[in-house]
Design a protein. Structure first.
Length: 87
């Protein structure tokens, strides 16, 4: 009795790796992920009135801190911490 093709003949491990690389490149070239922002969200980002008010408040607090006039209410801070952890 004669047995031919003993062992891994006909299997090329390098070909398998090359196929994986080809599949990766095909998937990569298919297209990239996209993110689209709705017009309403863009409008919310552009709301200049809110940004101006926020900037004015930040500048006011910043000047008070620099002048030493900013006072922290410890009871309000404690209430805020308690409310945060209580849920």
């Amino acid at each position: 009795m004669k047995i031919n093709n003993i062992g891994p003949s006909g299997i090329n491990p390098y070909k398998k790796q090359a196929n994986k690389i080809e599949q990766y490149n095909k998937a990569k070239s298919m297209g990239a992920d996209k993110v689209e922002i709705s017009p309403a969200a863009k409008e919310m980002q552009q709301s200049s009135q809110l940004m101006k008010e926020r900037q004015a408040k930040v500048e006011e607090i910043k000047s008070k801190v620099e002048n030493g006039q900013y006072q922290v209410d410890p009871k309000a801070v404690a209430k805020g911490i308690f409310k945060f952890y209580k849920g």
